[in-house]
Design a protein around this ligand. Structure first.
Ligand code: PLP
Length: 385
């Protein structure tokens, strides 16, 4: 049987067995609607309440500031549209390397009369807080900068940007979908007012996420209906998923630090191993300020899709560009924003490691990639690289 190695944890993660166990009763005997006043409803409500408390404890924030949503995408939409429509008009600042959930929400807001500045990044994929500072205007109503990019993994200087935002009283949203439960950070110390985070990146189920809103920050609801989530997000709660999310966060609180060190070691082993065997390869993203499990490598002159398919035949799952845009032959907009030349950007492959990744897995990937790249290069027309 072909060995199977999953190195696409930034796209999604397998649900932790303890999370599955915690969810199961909520598909069965605890099926009630948490808004119902009877015992069946109260059981479901208790599950939702516990999840909210676990997340709030992990974040060191009051539980009533945490809202459950259907995904990081919805949380990001709530942040941008919620901030914009609570004020009616004004200017937003974000970056060119945000997830599409932020970028496309911002672009849509431009069609509704709001103005947006998209700050750039340096060659490591990092936003310069001074550029954010220069972009601030008297009518700036919000700043949204992601904590870490899913492709390059570069960790942004959110504390410096948060300090700027706080000085000027501008609400600061951070898309922490790729860092929540992976990096130890404090929303208060970083001056963050709104945070998006998602369950399926941290061994929780898909289709459930969190949106944290600091008390006093005005955000217009995007979805209207019943009284759920203190009228901030209408709709019957996805109880089993929320319960699983709470458990996943509790587990991360326990495992995060040790996992950070282990994954950093494996990530560096992968890069060192490949660089020693394959010529014309580079590491994209910041050399040190990078997600512990993320290694985005570019093979010059080779199409990344071909490498992904070659590795797939060996049972290895990696991604070319971000998962959300996989299948497209366009170079990644993130790598283009970082100024990567086209012949490098087209050959970018993201490896994202997780809790099941072993040293043997990494060594297998290193061994597998070298002949694939060699054959692809040999098949190319002379001078094409
Ligand atoms: C930085 C970032 N924001 C938002 C999202 C969207 O989250 P979800 O898949 O939960 O909608 C992702 C997913 O890859 C992401 O990486």
């Amino acid at each position: 049987m072909t060995r199977r190695v999953y190195l696409d944890h930034n796209a999604s993660t397998p649900v932790h067995p303890d999370v599955v166990a915690e969810m199961l009763p909520y598909f069965g005997e605890r099926f009630g609607n948490p808004s119902s006043v009877h015992g069946f409803g109260r059981e479901a409500r208790a599950g939702v309440d516990l999840a909210r408390e676990r997340i709030a404890r992990f974040m060191k924030v009051p539980a009533d500031e945490v809202v459950f949503t259907s995904g990081g995408t919805e949380s990001d939409n709530m942040a941008l549209k919620g901030l914009a429509f609570a004020r009616g008009k004004g200017h937003l600042i974000t970056s060119r390397i945000e997830h599409h959930a932020v970028l496309r929400a911002a672009q849509w807001l431009e069609t509704q009369g709001f103005t947006v500045t998209y700050v750039g990044v340096d060659e490591h994929g990092m936003v310069d807080p001074d550029e954010v500072k220069r972009a601030i205007r008297p009518d700036t109503i919000g700043i949204s900068i992601m904590h870490a990019n899913s492709e390059a993994g570069t960790i942004q200087p959110v504390a410096a940007i948060g300090a700027l935002a706080r000085e000027r009283g501008i609400p600061f949203h951070v898309d922490a979908v790729q860092t929540f439960g992976k990096l130890d950070f404090d929303v208060n110390a970083c001056g963050i007012d709104l945070l998006s985070f998602s369950a399926h990146k941290i061994y929780g189920p898909k289709g459930v996420a969190g949106f944290w809103i600091r008390k006093g920050i005005k955000v217009q609801a995007v979805q209207h209906g019943g009284e759920h989530e203190r009228r901030r997000r209408a709709g019957t709660e996805n109880v089993p998923a929320i319960v699983g999310f709470g458990k996943a966060v509790e587990i991360r609180g326990r495992d995060m630090k040790a996992e950070h060190e282990r994954l950093t070691g494996l990530r560096d082993r992968l890069w060192e191993g490949i660089r020693a065997r394959v010529p014309d390869v580079r590491l994209n993203g910041h050399p040190t300020e990078r997600l512990p499990g993320t290694a985005n490598l570019s093979y010059r002159g080779v199409e990344s899709e071909s490498i992904v398919l070659g590795l797939d035949l060996k049972g290895i799952g990696v991604s070319a560009g971000s998962a959300c845009t996989a299948g497209s032959v366009e170079p990644s907009y993130v790598l283009v924003a970082m100024g990567l030349p086209l012949d490098w950007a087209m050959g970018a492959v993201r490896h994202s490691l997780g809790r099941s990744t072993t040293v043997e897995d990494i060594d297998y990937v290193i061994e597998s990639v070298e002949p694939i790249v060699r054959k692809l290069r040999a098949a190319m027309p002379v001078g094409a690289a």
